[in-house]
Every structure is written in structure tokens, then in C-alpha cells.
Unconditional design. Sequence first.
Length: 314
Amino acid sequence: MQFRFEFSTKQKISRNKMKWSLLVVAVLQLQFLIIQGQETKKVEERRFLNLTTTDGTPERIPSTDKFRPGRISDSCQRIKQKDPNAPSNMYTITIASPQLVYATPATPKTIHVYCEMGLDGGGYTFLTPESVVKLHPSELSSMFADKASFLLRVRKTDGTQPYAVLKQLPQYANIPLTLGLTDYTGYNPPVNSYTGGLVGQPFLYFGFLPKESATNNNVQGLQVNGFNNVFTNCDRNPNSHFTLFPNFPEATPSVYDVPGTVCDQIFSHLLPNPSGRVMPPQIFMFGETHWGGCGCYKQTNQISGILSLAIGFR
């Protein structure tokens, strides 16, 4: 009886050891599957662009792009190319760069943009004021490929948001448009960028004729929805730009004001968008536009019926 008891006890111990061994193996297999699933999810997520609609519904658009340090992973124009039916809406675009202001090297970060997918063929990116702060100039430059047109949207007091496609005049069509982040190299500075209590930095600078082309007593201007809006530069003062300011400090803008037909014609040639669709108000910013040398200078707070501006690029 004693032998049987000892043998039975050894069998129980052996079976218990086997159970524990199988349990450990099962746990390790489960951990492996969880880790593998997480890695697969990461790979799958890298194949998609994040998208959030204005009603909060999450969507995703397929993408084969990989993150490249120092570059924007995508833009509204790229989304439009991949999905011609992509709607105009708020999008969250993922970027990865060692030069991000608030990110560690090569850490993906998101910026919120509005994509206009219909007007003038679509693909225009509109930055939010918060995105202006997060971007590095090199990242903005990598998003800006089409240097032939900008898309102006105007937020009016009546609730409408008419638009204008802005281009160089035909005689200057070979000069590319410029987009700078708190940078106007080769151009005259914006009035509200000066020190002394004005709106200041950061700002988005949309340049047309650089100083080397605008420092002349000749016909200058811009094309607005196909209309050649011209003036003669009388004193060779080379101003040729729009500038948008997030103005987070709520600083008081300049009181400088030069009325002129050039500014009048910009806003009188706006067109209503056929759908009547409006962009979120947070996309719009305080803006100024300056032309010449006997052209004009205006700010959004100086134009009747206008609250703020937004300018898209692609």
C-alpha cells in the first residue's frame, strides 16, 4: 500500500508539472500573438491616412507612402489623386520629421487641415492657425507643389464664403508663386510683421512678384478668377503679396491703409461656390494684401462686409 501511495503521488506531481508547463507555453503563445497583432496593426495603419469628418465620423484613405524624415507624408492634392471622389472636409494628415517644433526626431505628428476637393479641380490644402505653429518651413515647402495658383476663400458677415483662384498675370506666368512660413525672402515684408505691438509672427506669406521683378515702373498685379487685375507701379515699391496671421496674442493690427482699385477688384471678382458649402470658421485668419507702388494696401478689418481670409495651396 505504501508503494502504491508513493507511486500515485509521483504521478500527480508529474501531471501538475505538465499542466503548468502547458499553461506557460499557452501564455507565451498568447503574448506572441498579441505582439504580432500590434505590429500588424502598425503596418496597416501606415498604409492609411487618418481622416476625420466634420461630424466626427472617422474614415481612412489607403496610402502606400512611407514616412520620410523632413517631408510631409501627404497633402490634400495627394489625397485627391488617390481618391478622386474624396469629399471636401476637415482631414488629419500625419507627418514625420526631425524638425517638428513639438516632436522628437522622426516621431509622427498630426496637423489638421481643410481639403477643398471641388473648386478649380480640388486638391487645395488650407492650414488651421494651430497647424501654422506646428509646421517647420521645410515641411510646408514639401506640401507646396503647384506654384501656379492659390485659392482664396473670404468669410463674409452675411455667412457666405465666396472664392477666387489667384494666379500671376499672363506676362508673368513664368514666375512661380511663393509660399513662406514667417519667411518673405526675395519679397517685401508684410506690414503687420513689424515690431512694435503689431500682429507679428508666425504668418503665412503668399508672394506673387519678387522684388527683382516688382521694382519697376511697369504694369503689375494679379489674375483673379481669370480677370487681369492690373496697376502701374508708380514709385517702384515692390509689394506683391497676401499674408495671413493666426494672431494668437490678439494683438492690435496696423492702421496703415491705402485704398485702390486693385484691392477693390480682388474682392469684387469673388465668385460664390455652387454648393454653398462653407469651411469651418477656425480655418480663417486675419489677413493683409499689398500691391505697389500706387496699387493698394488693405487688411481684413478695413474691408466692409469681410471678417477674415483663408488661402489654400496645392
